[in-house]
Design a protein around this ligand. Structure first.
Ligand code: ADP
Length: 162
């Protein structure tokens, strides 16, 4: 069983994430998409909201499981029989950090990290930019799945009320 994990903050999930998750699901038997809960308090969406959106946008992929992790990712991997971490690489700017993490995770638990190069359509895309565009009323229709667009609208309408 080739079981891998796609970790992230997914605040919120974007088309770039979905692209990586789909490709990982084609290459492996089982993909665990996990939301890191360590620093989630400072985000726009709660961990539960992020998980719900991820479940919805991956509902057509039977070998994708959505969950969360707290603490070290390698501990999640050990506990769930995951042998590798799959990450998307957008640009050189991602490289230094990702290489450091990959080498540390290998050192900690001999967990491999596999990199998929970003789809050029989405190589400029990150969740923080999506949040910023949405906050200032920009159109994010081509950047996130429709359900995420709707959730952003709801969240920001709610924020306006308070
Ligand atoms: P973000 O940087 O968007 O806040 P995360 O921390 O949730 O994203 O990232 C989780 C994983 O998804 C990381 O491996 C990251 O490189 C990858 N990823 C994020 N956005 C994209 C994208 N547009 N294309 C490819 N991979 C991406």
């Amino acid at each position: 069983m080739r079981r891998v994990v796609c970790p992230g903050s997914f605040d919120p999930v974007t088309n770039g994430h979905v692209d990586i998750i789909r490709r990982a699901a084609q290459l492996h038997d089982e993909v665990h998409v996990v939301v890191g809960a360590n620093r989630a308090k400072h985000g726009m969406f709660t961990v539960d909201e992020r998980v719900a959106m991820l479940k919805e946008v991956t509902s057509d992929l039977p070998n994708v499981i959505v969950g969360t992790f707290r603490g070290l990712l390698v501990e999640y991997c050990r506990a769930h029989g995951v042998s590798a971490i799959v990450k998307g690489l957008r640009a050189v700017s991602d490289f230094e950090y990702e290489m450091e993490m990959a080498q540390m995770n290998y050192r900690l638990a001999e967990i491999e990290t596999l990199f998929l190069t970003a789809n050029p359509l989405y190589s400029f895309l990150r969740s923080s930019l999506v949040r910023e565009i949405a906050i200032y009323g920009g159109n994010v229709a081509s950047l996130v799945p429709p359900t995420v667009q709707a959730q952003l609208r709801t969240k920001l309408a709610g924020a306006g009320d308070g």
